[in-house]
Design a protein around this ligand. Structure first.
Ligand code: ASP
Length: 346
């Protein structure tokens, strides 16, 4: 591990509101180039560490992100890993939690901070939240312990007053500055007058193995969100989607679903055809406890794996990652119930 005396941080700019400007003709926000963003934050010159930047050639709205873009971010981190003490990724908020979850799985043995942030208002606007988020993200990426090691050694989302574990966070507000939340895990740090790290919550001792980046993500996965009255022909049609390998089933409460025989049969049939069905709750907080109610127990007997308290972003990206690694259905099932990088509490 390289520890320079003066921290060096790389900003990777992918796009998002933080760097957008209003098109004067259409009044629509459009991604703008990185120089515009940096020109609007003169305070960057006051930081007592070195900051370089890597702007994506074509900054994008994060709603246009796909696993290829996750790979592009991971590649920049891999190629510059030894040169920098930490990384700040500027990203749109809409799919930030998916990118954060995906990167947490793709960057195996990560032992440096990868702090993802963005903003609700463009950085050029008077009331922008972008400047504070960017500065705080850089400070977190540069933070060190008394022994010189980085304080944060994982993928995290910094937004307004909190630092969240990336694979535990969700965008919960389309318009508040306080846009992200982790419903099942405490913040890694609280940003107030100072930055208070909750050290017991951080991933520590990440081992001595070198960073290994896994680029392959298999997108033959999907969600099915249950609702009372969901018809059999729709469920069977979805469960028989050609090429489908993994299905995140969003169930009621503690992991319950309808106990109609056709529904249980459809789940059993999907599992028997080798599809990995992962049961997560539709509730924003809590975990599936499939054996708590008869309806959950009936469903559990059909073979889905419990997603415990995974966020839906972490559940779908973890399936993409595990199938991308080439694991077979039984290995994927086992690993879905195992915490790989702090994404679930078992
Ligand atoms: N649509 C924007 C994006 O996700 C929203 C934002 O950045 O907050 O890129």
């Amino acid at each position: 591990m390289t520890i320079s005396t003066r921290p060096k941080i790389l900003i990777i700019y992918t796009g998002g509101t933080i760097g957008m400007m209003e098109n004067p003709d259409t009044r629509v926000l459009e991604p703008f180039d990185f120089d515009h963003l940096i020109d609007n934050v003169p305070k960057l010159k006051m930081l007592d560490f070195d900051v370089d930047s890597y702007p994506f050639e074509k900054p994008i709205d994060s709603s246009a992100m796909n696993p290829r873009h996750w790979g592009d971010i991971a590649r920049v981190i891999e190629e510059h890993y030894d040169e920098y003490d930490g990384f700040v990724v500027l990203h749109g908020t809409d799919t930030m939690a998916y990118t954060a979850s995906a990167l947490s799985f793709m960057l195996e043995n990560l032992d440096k901070p990868v702090i993802i942030t963005g903003s609700q208002l463009p950085i050029g606007e008077v009331r922008t939240d972008g400047e504070e988020n960017l500065i705080a993200a850089l400070q977190v990426a540069a933070a060190r312990e008394p022994n010189g090691e980085q304080t944060v050694k994982e993928v995290a989302i910094l937004f307004q007053n909190y630092l969240w574990r990336g694979n535990r966070a969700t965008k919960h507000s389309a318009d508040n500055f306080d846009a992200f939340k982790s419903n099942n895990y405490q913040p890694l740090a609280t940003i107030g007058l100072g930055i208070q790290y909750h050290r017991g919550a951080l991933l520590r001792d990440r081992g001595e193995n070198p960073l290994k980046v896994h680029y392959e993500m298999d997108t033959n996965v999907m969600y099915v969100d249950l609702f009372p009255g969901i018809p059999e022909h729709i469920v069977r049609h979805l469960f028989n989607t050609p090429g489908l390998k993994g299905l995140v089933l969003k169930t009621f409460g503690a992991g319950n679903g309808p106990n109609d025989p056709w529904f249980l049969d459809a789940v059993k049939d999907a599992v028997n055809r080798g599809i990995v069905v992962v049961n997560i709750t539709q509730c924003s907080n809590g975990s599936v406890l499939p054996m708590r109610y008869l309806t959950g127990a009936d469903l559990a007997k059909c073979g889905p794996v419990a997603g415990h308290d995974l966020t839906s972003e972490a559940a779908i990206t973890k399936l993409m990652y595990l199938f991308g690694r080439g694991y077979d259905a039984s290995e994927v099932k086992k690993l879905m119930e195992t915490s790989l990088c702090g994404e679930l509490s078992v």
